[in-house]
Design a binder for this molecule. Sequence first.
Ligand code: FAD
Length: 438
Amino acid sequence: MLAERFASRALPSLDGHCYYTETAHERPLLQPLQGSATADACVVGGGIAGLSAALALARSGVQVTLLEARRIADGASGRNGGQALPDFACGIEALERRLGDDAALRAWELSQQALRLLRQRIDEYGIDCDWRLGALSLAPTARQARRLRRAMQHRRTRYGAQRLQWLDGPELGAYVHSDRYAGGMLDPDAGHLHPLNYTLGLARAARAAGVRMHEHSAVHAIRRTDKGHALDIAGARLDCRLLLLAAGAVPGAPLPRLRKRVLPVATFMLATEPLPEPVLPQAHAACDTQFIPDYFRATPDGRLLFGGGALLAPGMPWNGGRLRERLRRAMLRVFPQLGDIRVTHHWGGWIDASANRAPDLGHLGPSAVYLQGFSGHGLALAGLAGELAAQALLGGPGRCADFELFARLRHASLPTQGLLRIPVGAAGSLWGRLLHTL
Ligand SMILES: Cc1cc2nc3c(=O)[nH]c(=O)nc-3n(C[C@H](O)[C@H](O)[C@H](O)COP(=O)(O)OP(=O)(O)OC[C@H]3O[C@@H](n4cnc5c(N)ncnc54)[C@H](O)[C@@H]3O)c2cc1C
């Protein structure tokens, strides 16, 4: 069943000049896998999802090998907006419609648990990643503000999220020095961090728990064997009993038939030089309610990190300079006072967007599971999903109720091949239409 070969489809590297790479803590080089090896369990993918799963498996006494195609945290996990938020990219309302009220209530609790797990790991493993509490959702128009406020009331009444707080007028001005927003919702329990240092901290914890890790070890093919699975890696082979795929949106991401269910979507970020005056005086993270959101936060050294704007489908060339200027203009729409401020860094990353923007977790037979489709909302959630996937793998299909809750969600295939031939803007609007129709 698993005998599939990864199609090689290159996504452009969006590495650019990344602020996080420049401010990363120790990042040891891990040798590629060579020759033949065996493991009880193999995890494919060295992002938050894979590392979290590997850590959980190792803590349960399983001997784990993790294989990463590039370097640990080189995918979305090490280059994202750093906003650790509850809820889901699709919004809890979508899960109410798809799963029913009781399961949606559990999903909401799990999204809160994802945040707690992230904080617990920072504390337990002493991960130095600039964690700060406080996140804002901001509505640029009065209509979006009314919708956001209704969504907040819904979360307060149905899910007991009493600490969510509405802000507008001067109250909002105390959090964001911008005239762009008609209103905002404050979540004092969400927060933000340095995602690369967080992910590297998880990797350090997993290695300390006994996980063997290999970088530059892209898995090219997976076959079923009598005893489990055989994985082909350039010049090497790994045999394992249990298999967990957590390969995000980058090339070779899990199996071709799974990959059809996520559309790689590019999003970009910039960093400014340190600002003379803060534009976010409380140093909270912020994300707006546009379909393709702007998101921003301050760093401890007083820079603004600003992301959003661009969408790009696989195979399309990206013009770093043009996108950087477009993103700078988006930043100036929010903070016109930054006109003279220099942009010092610019980079991008690939999001694994599922058609319904709900996470896509599931089984591939009795001894393999996969997780993908965090749709730009996985910083906290992918960590919890990794834990649940580890439990599902150890218990077998049907044994981890929380994993099965997500595995029940239906996911459509996306026409990613067609997107190779259409221009950037059109890809964005096509994605928009897909999300509204599927
Ligand atoms: C620019 C940007 C901003 C974002 N901002 C936020 C945010 O503010 N808040 C939020 O919640 N989420 C955000 N996200 C999304 C979040 O980063 C992801 O949801 C999360 O990191 C997903 O983790 P992952 O482990 O599933 O994937 P990844 O981190 O992408 O890890 C997958 C890994 O698998 C490896 N891999 C792939 N194929 C193979 C193979 N064949 N063999 C071996 N290894 C393979 C890849 O190299 C990669 O390292 C953002 C994403 C981007 C790109």
